[in-house]
Design a protein around this ligand. Structure first.
Ligand SMILES: NC(=O)c1ccc[n+]([C@@H]2O[C@H](COP(=O)([O-])OP(=O)(O)OC[C@H]3O[C@@H](n4cnc5c(N)ncnc54)[C@H](O)[C@@H]3O)[C@@H](O)[C@H]2O)c1
Length: 339
């Protein structure tokens, strides 16, 4: 297949590009390099620099590369920023997302896998969270993802778009080639490892949550396992595949959580990182961050049963170990992100 991957120069996108290339597909990356890195795009993929929000240009790309399906991985995704600058998130994620769908409609490309998030659930009523649980985001980022999920569903109903919506929990770890490098970095594991490298104190946000050790509990899934799920999801959008609808007529998105089904507290992550790096990491407790649910753990049975997806990187030490190995091998990150 010929696949357009928006955000393929970013963290999850680039590892997914590796998986598509490995599986024998042609990968065309569309990325504006706003938070991604040119060096993250594997040599066997084609990089087109631009925004997925430019409908006419995207129509041209879809036609030029004879694209069969789209993995829409690009987005703005910093929760705190989405609260102080929601306009940016609605413009980029929602207006841009609709522009992409319109380009696909114009070019007759009707297969899409969408990178969504556990943030769509907001404060969950129970754990693990099932896909059928209420979707009530508590930050602008999650709201924009819910909006795009909704648009995709209606494009399925009205125009026969076949889709898989993947709600990721916490992506973590690295492939041998690509790792997590954001600026600013808001994710726990890279921040724990940076604190270890720089021998400085790490701040955890709150230790008075109703969890065993008082710190928040999250579900970490290896980025290579996410990448493998993308390949399976794209295959499920085949017009002959009943998992995403009948061969013609209205289709419903297949929505799957992607997580390990196991939660680790912030303190457990720090302890695992200490074991991986072989030294202690000093921790201070800061105030809670607004809108952090105490526990977010995926019920991922649907991905297992319907997509036949099995995460292969089981332990938190393995996940953190791969992130640490990547950082050690790439102390300067991607040498020149914009070159
Ligand atoms: N990292 C996580 O734990 C996590 C969890 C849940 C959901 N997600 C979702 O997964 C996706 C990827 O996340 P990530 O952590 O890899 O982020 P990232 O910032 O590393 O990657 C995003 C990529 O999209 C590109 N991009 C942004 N706006 C663009 C535009 N208008 N046109 C073209 N390219 C554009 C960026 O340059 C970057 O390469 C996002 O949609 C995010 O919301 C991530």
């Amino acid at each position: 297949m010929r696949i357009l991957i928006t955000g393929g120069a970013g963290y999850i996108g680039s590892v997914s590009v590796e998986a598509f290339v490995q599986a024998g597909h042609d990968a065309i990356v569309l990325d504006d390099l706003s938070t991604g890195h040119r060096g993250a795009v594997p040599e066997k993929a084609t990089l087109e620099i631009g925004s997925y929000g430019e409908t006419d240009a995207v129509v041209g790309l879809l036609r030029k590369h004879r694209i069969d399906a789209v993995l829409h991985c690009a987005a703005k995704s910093i929760v705190g920023e989405s609260m102080t600058d929601p306009a940016k998130y609605f413009r980029e994620n929602v207006v841009g997302g609709i522009a992409l769908l319109e380009a696909m409609r114009t070019a007759g490309v009707k297969r899409i896998v969408f990178s969504s998030t556990a943030a769509t659930y907001g404060m969950p009523e129970r754990t693990p969270i099932a896909e059928s649980d209420p979707v009530r985001p508590i930050n602008a980022y999650g709201e924009t993802k819910r909006d795009v999920e909704g648009a995709i569903a209606w494009y399925g109903h009205g125009y026969g778009f076949r889709s898989v919506v993947l709600r990721y929990f916490n992506a973590a770890g690295a492939s041998a080639r690509n790792g997590e490098l954001h600026s600013p970095e808001t994710h726990l594991i890279p921040n724990v490892l940076a604190a270890a490298e720089e021998r400085r104190e790490l701040t955890l946000f709150g230790d008075d949550y109703p969890t065993p050790d008082g710190t928040c509990v999250r579900d970490y899934i290896h980025v290579e396992d996410l990448a493998a799920a993308h390949v399976l999801a794209l295959l499920a959008t085949d017009p002959a595949d009943p998992r995403t609808g009948p061969p013609a007529g209205p289709c419903q998105p297949l929505i799957c959580n992607l997580g390990s089904g196991t939660g680790f507290s912030n303190r457990q992550v720090v302890a695992a990182a200490e074991a991986v790096v072989g030294r202690g990491i000093a921790v201070r407790i800061g105030p809670r961050r607004a809108g952090d649910p105490p526990v977010l753990v995926a019920g991922a049975d649907r991905a297992t049963e319907v997509l036949r997806w099995r995460p292969r990187h089981g332990t938190i030490e393995e996940i953190i170990g791969s992130a640490w190995a990547w950082r050690r091998a790439n102390p300067n990150g991607y040498a020149d992100p914009r070159a």
